[in-house]
Design a protein around this ligand. Structure first.
Ligand SMILES: CC(C)(COP(=O)(O)OP(=O)(O)OC[C@H]1O[C@@H](n2cnc3c(N)ncnc32)[C@H](O)[C@@H]1OP(=O)(O)O)[C@@H](O)C(=O)NCCC(=O)NCCS
Length: 192
């Protein structure tokens, strides 16, 4: 598939490019990434270059993983990254430290899910989310992006060293589920 751009109210999601390497390197050195993501640790500029020049374009070409840069405008600074994997249409994301708390990831995740479910990924009827148990920021994004929490037995997420950790799971369906918002109350409490 050729890379696709998605516009939202405040954001442009487009192809991550080699010129984003410095920003990716800096953002991915955040200690939260060691705890919650499977990105290399410690993270170096070579990791960013391999990701942007190899992994991202290969993922679009094979459709194994579609990855977008999150920006405020065309050609603008990279704010964060979001992707959808072919396997289970699983969404993954991170936002650069200084850009958090503005609702950007909720806006980006909602837009990517809407695109996937509107035929962007042919045949997709659900988008899947999971995070290491305790990742409240990620769970709040999932809630805001219309996911419903699900609690399968043995819910786990892979770690970078090949192990697994207990995980929270969620699913977003083509038709918004009226029980979605309340399904998060057990871990996030009711929204103020
Ligand atoms: C999770 C993450 C992507 C959120 O990005 P963001 O742009 O700040 O998200 P939003 O501004 O849309 O915030 C969504 C909600 O999460 C809350 N939030 C954001 N980061 C948080 C954190 N670290 N801890 C607790 N709450 C957090 C916001 O206050 C907001 O709350 P609300 O829904 O009650 O309004 C960002 O914190 C991040 O990159 N974390 C490290 C990487 C990571 O864990 N990725 C997900 C892996 S599954």
């Amino acid at each position: 598939m050729l890379p696709v751009e998605i516009g939202t109210r405040r954001l442009l999601l487009d192809l991550p490019v080699p010129a984003d390497a410095d920003a990716v390197t800096r953002y991915c050195q955040d200690p939260l990434f060691e705890r919650y993501l499977t990105t290399p640790w410690p993270y170096t500029s070579s990791d960013a270059e391999a990701f942007l020049s190899g992994y991202v374009p290969a993922g679009w070409a094979s459709e194994a993983e579609l990855t977008w840069a999150i920006r405020a405008e065309r050609g603008g600074l990279l704010l964060g990254m979001i992707s959808v994997r072919e396997a289970q249409h699983e969404i993954g994301f991170w936002m650069g430290d200084e850009h958090r708390g503005a609702g950007y990831m909720s806006e980006a995740a909602d837009a990517v899910c809407a695109w996937v479910l509107a035929g962007g990924v042919p045949g997709a009827t659900t988008v899947f989310w999971r995070a290491v148990e305790g990742n409240l920021g990620s769970a709040k994004v999932a809630r805001s992006a219309g996911f419903r929490r699900i609690e399968p037995d043995d819910a786990t997420v892979p770690t970078r060293d090949g192990g697994t950790l207990p995980a929270w799971y969620g699913v977003r369906e083509s038709e918004p589920d009226p029980r979605a918002e309340a399904s998060w109350n057990g871990i996030l409490g009711a929204r103020a």
